[in-house]
Design a protein around this ligand. Sequence first.
Ligand code: 5AD
Ligand code: SF4
Length: 453
Amino acid sequence: MNIFCDEVLRMEKKYFIKTFGCQMNVYDSHRMAKLLEEMGLKETIDQNDADVVVFNTCHIREKAAEKVFSDLGRAYLIKQERELLGKDTIIGVTGCVVQAEDKEIMKRAPYVDFALGPLRYFRLKEVVQSIFDKRDAKLLDTEFSAVSKFDYLPENKSEGGCSYLAIQEGCNNFCTYCVVPYTRGVEVSRPIEEVLREARRLVETGSLELNLLGQNVNSYHGEDKNGKERNLAYLLNKIAEIDGLERIRYTTSYPADVDDDLIDCHRNLKKLMPYLHLPIQSGSNDVLKRMNRRHTKDEYLRVVDRLKEANPDIGMSSDFIVGFPGESDKDFQDTLDVVNRVKYIQAFSFKYSRRPGTPASIMDNQIEEKIKKERLQVLQDLLFDYQLKFNKQSVGKVMPVLFETKGRHNGQLTGRTPYMQNLYAKADKNLINKIVSVKVTGASTNSLKGEVI
Ligand code: 5AD
Ligand code: SF4
């Protein structure tokens, strides 16, 4: 046993991870937590109490990236206070901000002990160990290496009824507003057998629902045992064969990559949930072109129609960006028209944020903040109307709900319906991580209320 582990066992060292951004970051944070636990560290939700603090960061919009620097400032204050009590604190940063702003981090937050890019966090144990061993070591690693981090991570285990499973990483689409291809690199699909192994393990250890993750998940093309490239539909069919698995989701999809096989999955696979997050970003063909999206408004709507033909119960979700450079009132109206046509049951909408290094950041006709704000408000009001309407239609229905955690009030649990609606109900805590029939008794924009039957 090494020195650090000895020390950990004696002193019960603790770690604290704060996650920003997308589900891929949530998945990565779980994996990092496991690595630290293998070293003997225990989780704490109190940052003041943590010997190792990790910020797993997001660079997608300016606000998220800036938040990291204010959190780092606070972490430094805590580190100094702990020092007075004779306690060391290791501060680490991981994720997309590291990839995009490595020098900036080291300049603005020189007290950071290590910074690992999103493809490099498999080195976490070795890095923390080396910093504990010689207190002056600092480490920055943002390599875009050919090795897959998945080859270096320990076996993943379920943490509850619902688990994320990364099947692909990176993106080749280069939408002109987006940093992901620069921070997560080119698209890489994990081999079929590797994904199936992880899927089976997650189910054996308690997962009833798997959410397959990728930045552009439906362009998945992992190799099978014989070296043949297989698509997402093939993988979904294989995963659906796993006994004990009840629900499958996948996210995030790119409209131009929805193929016939995938539409057939929505027709035939009972385990595939009737909910799909399929971002259009804008309803204007001019804007879509300048965003470098490989689809028009009509092509997108055709995909939605085909999905609805395959499964009339399917509920759609999307991401929207308002105030992209050059967006006119008419362009914005085109976006509202799409919302009225598709009637999304849930959606995420953002003001365009200028990201350094992306083509859109240097386009002419940047939209002023005031207009972005107004358009976002109009769009969100419309989206929330449809979301509330859909939620209200659920009242009186009996739905299978996968309970995930305790609710805000005593004796309450919260979980998800097949449509990803958040539902809370009075229920015994032994129903956590179980799928239970619940009668919906109330609805608001963001949640449902129900009674276990
Ligand atoms: N500004 C605003 N929103 C963005 N997104 C990605 N890049 C930007 C940006 N520069 C949004 C897109 C994407 C979601 C994850 O974040 O809608 O689908
Ligand atoms: Fe970014 Fe576009 Fe790739 Fe999505 S598809 S990760 S928005 S570049």
